[in-house]
Design a protein around this ligand. Sequence first.
Ligand code: C2E
Ligand code: CA
Ligand code: CA
Length: 598
Amino acid sequence: MQITPPIPFNEEQRLATLQSLCLLDTPPDASLDLITELAAKLFNVPISLISLIDHGRQWFKSKTGLSVAETHRNQAFCAYAIHSLRPVVVLDTHDDPRFSEHPLVLGYPHIRFYAGIPLIMDEEIGIGTLCIIGTEPKAHFSSDELNTLAHLATMVVQRIETLQSIGYTDQPTGLPNRSRFIEDIEHWRQASAAADTKHIAFSVDICGRDYFYGMVQSLGLEYANGFLTHVANTLKEQFAPLPLYRIDTTSFAIIDTSLTEQDIARISQALGHVFSQSIHYNGIPHLAILSIGYTYLAAHSSAKQLIGALSTAADNARKAGQVSKCFDSMQGYLQQRSFEILATLPHALSQHNQLSLLYQPKVDLHSRQCFGVEALLRWNHASLGNISPSEFIPLAEETALIRRITHWVLRSAFSQLRDWVEDGTRMVVSINISAKDIEDEEFVDRLSSMLSEYSINPAWVELEFTETAISRSTHSIQQQLEKISQLGLKISIDDFGAGYSNLNYLKDIPASTLKIDQSFIKQLPSSAKDMKIVPSLIHLGHDLGFTILAEGIETQEIFELLRNIGCNQGQGYWFSKPLPPSQIKPWMQAQAAVPCTY
Ligand code: C2E
Ligand code: CA
Ligand code: CA
């Protein structure tokens, strides 16, 4: 007959404490594993366990020498120790009526000897035991041996307290925090590689940071933290028994081996349902705007990368107006590439062999003569090969690096221009300037001192600003442009027609040239719309006093058409691709021999 272990008098409080420790169903902990390995070795037994006594089961947080993860609580030797809060030693199970017919004695793992020390937390709460198990009976277990085992159990309790401490626990919610998630993911990564399991990590963003920060501002931090804890408890119930982590301001996560994509869809739907009504906290209703991201553990080489992927997927779900989205690995690849580009750009800027400028001739459509060149940046990356400026400039524009790039380009172009002036090659060099540069109030002063440093006549320099950069027409941008113009530099408006519909800004801009965007030029004359738009842009520009340059001229037919409808200047592959500086003079000499066509 099997005897059922007794239930402690404070069972409810005991279970609440155990739950709050966030230990159940978490991955192995290296320090705790070390203690059970040590115990098994010291006492020369095959098995040592850290057993946590949950509601109907005992779950092993660490297990040396045993393959099962949990057993029924009725089978737990350790349940006796948390009842008495005293060590339990059974020298021979065959002689003990409580255990002689126990299934773990009669069957695997054939327990004959058992010694367990209760793990006692604050307020005399026993959550489980550190125990050693032998398959042979023992004649005696000395008080020294018991003391050693008790000492190891104290180390277990201390480790559990450390895991609970500030470093691993999120303060307002009491959930395991991001650091704990990162550590646990690393464990799962190693475990899943060995066992070939498919872990899915899953994150729920409850309302987005902006909503939360708004709540903090209007209702105070204490209220907002209370709201978060309230939401965390609701989520915890939904995911139990899986541990829930708080990984970001408003994001919670779980990780599991057994979820399928169908499960995710089901969970997303269930969560959507739970949070479809407003969340009432202290009498105030809040609307949850759930976004769920998920990704496979195996797709990431580090825990940090996985967390980034979860947040990207959840952001994408929110932007797409969907509840959940899987992390897109193509996007992951692009993010990684962007990261590499930005991380290596400072090095490239300090070297002489990675960045260079090519120069594309600009031609007067009537005389066919070259009057200037546009400097275009090239990057031959050490490992990624040639990277287009269309890829790295927009990335750099999101960071402070764009200013360093512009600085590099200005210096390099001025140095080249000085060489050309010295050998008698006369032409205007155009340089692309980003919106971020013109927002910098010191830009014009730096430009001015660089012109003096290289002894450059400002009349030989043109700055190209895209329409979107300057069309916002703020007072300070307008002032900066005026200052540039007063220095004597030319200004042109790049990609004209491509981005901005309100032409009001053209009235006061101190620019001299409009560069019609290539997208209007390339399909001439087959596009009936472009055949209407381009002449109107030219007439409008002329009426406002601008010179008009067409970009992207790829054929003689387009060149002739543009010239015939009054376009002044052109640039494009049909004249020349961007060239290294050494080829510019020979190209100009060859071009000078081309007969004037008008
Ligand atoms: P953008 O300023 O509009 O420059 C014109 C782009 O069109 C250049 O591409 C040029 O090589 C290309 N192009 C010229 N003629 C033709 C043609 O006939 N057909 C076609 N298909 N393309 C033509 P690139 O050099 O790849 O530069 C792309 C963009 O990157 C530039 O567009 C500009 O926005 C940016 N960029 C390049 N260099 C710099 C720089 O030094 N600073 C900044 N801020 N941006 C730069
Ligand atoms: Ca340009
Ligand atoms: Ca352009």
